[in-house]
Design a protein around this ligand. Structure first.
Ligand code: ADP
Length: 376
């Protein structure tokens, strides 16, 4: 199929006009650089941060216009609040759109999904993605229909950890078909942009990219959708925790005190937006020597359990620091699937069982509405 050109995309976008002065979005200077990759088009729309919500219909109109261009398989337009030096808006802010154009009713983002759960950590490098991948595979091994959304847009590692590459297809030109690994459906920004492409995300962009990866993907019927969150507890994470109707959050921490301080921040962040904490996982909890099987507790083992007690949340599992986990995870062969009898895989399966049981207990209490942010 012929690849759409930059000019074709700009021409299509010129049909999208702003409410108020009637100027088009291209002439108004709102469109950032356009990335075209195998028929997948993405670009940022610059808006005043205070107008992010009311700019949503314009964002949707831009996507709809671009999708009509021959050769376009998918289009991802994200709102960005990039500012020019000096603090003012980067370009003239778009005039207000008619309130009638604003979305009035919130449809569920993933209508056929039993529960969306977040795997989060207070900081990077604690093994959050490794845990998310093996938890998703573990839930699948328990007989559940599972999806895994890599929302760690700053460093999407799920494609590599699950051993999947390539681009998602879009049979109808509107919605993307998820990729699949070992029976689990996958979606990641890593499938849509090159791994080494610089990704600079700001709050509103993160929000709209994630909402699309939830809402514009044919997830089909799922029991659980596991979301690998971006690390940390900043605005992007808080917004996501608020916008996605999460049934619960799993917090991953290493045993060192400093990481636990971060874990506490993560627990507090979810509490602030009324997302139930399913529990804490202690990763790299102890070291198992692959030769003699000796168990050495190199870090102050047990800190996560104490932290969980202190916070009144459940302690879900201890995952050992093991060469086999690193090798299988970085080699795209999740240990739960490729070495299911190993002690490390059993630790992840115990985690999956604990999460499944807590989800059942939560759903028995009735469905949750989308949380609201409370500022303290
Ligand atoms: P995060 O998502 O928190 O940034 P990752 O899951 O990407 O962390 O893990 C960081 C590195 O640590 C990866 O190389 C991964 O293979 C390794 N790793 C994660 N958990 C373990 C573990 N329990 N034992 C050994 N290596 C691990």
């Amino acid at each position: 199929m012929t690849q759409p050109t930059n000019d074709q995309i700009l021409d299509a976008l010129r049909a999208v006009r702003l409410q108020g002065n009637g100027a088009d979005v291209v002439t108004s200077g709102l469109i950032g650089s356009i990335i075209i990759k195998n028929g997948n088009v993405s670009f940022a729309i610059q808006v005043d941060p205070s107008r992010a919500a009311e700019s949503e219909p314009m964002r949707q109109a831009c996507e709809a216009a671009v999708k009509k261009v021959p050769g376009v398989l998918s289009c991802t337009a994200v709102l960005t609040a990039e500012r020019a030096p000096g603090g003012g808006p980067a370009r003239e802010a778009p005039p207000t759109l008619h309130s009638a154009q604003r979305p009035q009713v919130q449809k569920p983002l993933v209508p056929e999904c039993g529960a969306i759960i977040a795997v989060a950590s207070g900081k990077g490098g604690v093994g959050k993605s490794t845990t998310a991948v093996n938890l998703a595979m573990g839930l699948h091994a328990l007989g559940l229909e599972v999806g895994l959304l890599d929302a760690d847009i700053y460093g999407p590692s799920v494609p590599r950890m699950a051993g999947v590459s390539g681009r998602p297809t879009s049979p109808d030109g509107n919605r993307l078909r998820p990729m699949e690994a070992f029976g689990v459906k996958l979606m990641s920004m890593g499938f849509l942009v090159d791994e080494d492409a610089p990704m600079i995300w700001r709050g509103p962009m993160v929000q709209s990219a994630l909402q699309q990866m939830l809402g514009d993907v044919e997830w089909g019927a799922l029991d659980v959708l596991v979301v690998d969150m971006p690390p940390g507890t900043g605005d992007a994470q808080l917004t996501m925790a608020q916008k996605v109707p999460l049934a619960g959050a799993v917090i991953v921490s290493t045993p060192q005190d400093i990481a636990l301080l971060d874990a506490r921040k993560a627990v507090n962040m979810f509490r602030r937006v009324d997302v139930p904490i399913l529990g804490i996982v202690e990763n790299m909890s102890y070291y198992c020597c692959p030769q003699c099987g000796h168990r050495a507790e190199i870090f102050a083992h047990g800190g996560a359990r104490a932290c969980a007690d202190q916070f009144g949340v459940d302690f879900l599992a201890e995952i050992p620091l093991a060469v086999a986990i690193r090798e299988t995870s970085d080699g795209g062969r999740p240990i739960v699937v490729t070495e299911p009898e190993s002690p490390q895989a059993r630790a992840y399966l115990a985690l999956a069982e604990a999460v499944r049981d807590r989800l059942r207990a939560t759903s028995d209490k009735g469905a949750r509405a989308a949380p609201t942010i409370r500022y303290e």
